[in-house]
Design a protein around this ligand. Structure first.
Ligand code: GUN
Ligand code: ZN
Length: 431
């Protein structure tokens, strides 16, 4: 029989969406516990009750540490790990100057393996247990990423980034090779252990209509797969899309007309949306992925979290490394708070924490497996030290509510705030 482990600390769970139900959607146990066995959560609740229910369990005490589901980063580019925080460019310039030359290196499987390992170890140190990542056009980059995730037992989603125009020689595939390569990788990896394959056209400017059509056909053959791409990130980019696809009604239509709009679609950024685009995205229940550190770092614009969530749009939260400037979902929540403030809206800490866990898990259609502390969920957890630095500790010293206690860590926290991380019930962070 599998050993039962009892983690004790403060526990925060959600029984509803805090964008709908407000902060009362959360349940806080000051002295709580999570019982795990065999990589799965058995139950979550008050420490006293769980101790009585699991008398033989091995107990690990985290004191005042806050036990949460592991963070879920719904959009990242692991091949951009080493070029994070590169100075002074906007999107198209930034892609050409920094991103494409770096992505070129991933034809080398050893380099791909090195960066995949580095990326996953960095995000684990920051409390992120699942990421949906773009790879490069090289199948080797996809193999390396899934292999590194498998070695760590992590649930990840990833796919070969497809591009057949407006990218340098050596970083272009074709409509046919994008279809064939993606299909082969999908057949190898989708559903193997904790891996999920994501069909990944980079964005309309780097694909011909033929390539988008081929990937739309692949998605139609595998509708259970996710599909990820970029949408309406910068105004220059939107003008470029209009010139490349003069017959399209708008940016979203460049995907829609080729079968690349659907409920399992993940649309990164989605800042400058037309009314028709908003309505269609809502109608099909697609997920928009908000990448706030990237949006300010590359100067893209202010995502309309308040309006989109009020309309019932599914939204996930993500770092978008290396366009994003941090591997930390705490820093990402802080940036989401700041972006919303600039639009006149104060996101509640309950909403921020929900977005970084269950919200992103829902966007990835994985909320039955990750992103919550519900019984039967996979035991991917982060334990936050809510007084990790002197600056945070002095701010939380007078906190009277869990929200006052956690908000300084959301705003000022980083990997120092991560006391421990569990992946499928196994601790990953040596203390
Ligand atoms: N649009 C197309 N490719 C990218 C990328 O790599 N990063 C960001 N931020 N936007 C993109
Ligand atoms: Zn991106």
């Amino acid at each position: 029989m599998q050993e039962t482990i009892l983690l004790t600390g403060q526990v925060l769970t959600f029984h509803a969406d805090p964008f709908v139900a407000g902060p009362e959607a959360a349940l806080h146990e000051r002295r709580g516990a999570v019982a795990l066995s065999g990589g799965t959560i058995l139950e979550t609740g008050p420490e006293d009750r769980l101790r009585a229910a699991h008398p033989g369990a091995r107990t690990i005490s985290y004191g005042d540490g806050l036990i949460l589901p592991g963070f879920v980063d719904a959009h990242a580019h692991y091949p951009q790990t080493a070029i994070i925080a590169s100075w002074g460019k906007r999107l198209i310039d930034w892609l050409n100057t920094y991103t494409f030359p770096e992505e070129m290196r991933f034809s080398d499987p050893d380099y791909a393996a090195e960066i995949a390992a580095r990326h996953l170890d960095l995000i684990l140190a920051h409390g992120t247990t699942t990421v949906a990542s773009y790879c490069t056009i090289h199948p080797e980059s996809v193999e390396a990423f899934f292999a590194a995730a498998e070695a760590r037992g992590m649930r990840v989603a990833a796919g070969k980034t497809c591009m057949d125009r407006n990218a340098p020689e050596g970083l272009r595939d074709t409509a046919q090779s994008a279809y064939d390569g993606s299909k082969r990788l999908l057949q190898t990896w989708h559903g193997r252990g904790r891996a999920a394959y994501v069909i990944t056209p980079r964005f309309s400017p780097t694909s011909t209509p033929e390539q988008l059509e081929a990937l739309g056909a692949l998605w139609a053959e595998h509708p259970d797969c996710l599909m990820q791409t970029h949408l309406s990130e910068q105004t220059d980019e939107i003008a470029w899309v209009r010139s490349l696809y003069p017959e399209a009604r708008d940016y979203l239509d460049t995907y829609e007309r080729f079968g690349l709009l659907g409920p399992n679609g993940l649309y990164g950024h989605a800042i400058h949306l037309e009314p028709r685009e908003r309505a269609r995205l809502r109608e099909v229940d697609a997920a928009l992925i908000h990448c706030p550190t990237s949006n300010s770092f590359i100067g893209s614009g202010l995502f309309d979290m308040g309006g989109l969530r009020a309309a019932g749009q599914s939204v996930g939260l993500a770092t978008d490394t290396g366009g994003g400037s941090s591997f930390s979902m705490l820093r990402t929540m802080a940036a989401a708070y700041e972006v919303a403030q600039l639009r006149g809206r104060a996101l509640h800490p309950a909403q921020l924490l929900w977005l970084a866990t269950e919200g992103s898990a829902r966007a990835l259609r994985m909320e039955d497996k990750i992103g919550t502390l519900a019984p039967g969920s996979e035991a991917d957890l982060v334990i936050l030290d809510l007084a990790a630095t002197p600056a945070i500790a002095q701010a939380t010293a007078r906190a009277e509510t869990i929200w006052e206690a956690v908000f300084p860590t959301i705003m000022m926290g980083d990997d120092r705030s991560v006391a421990d991380v569990y992946v499928a019930g196994r601790t990953m962070k040596a203390k």
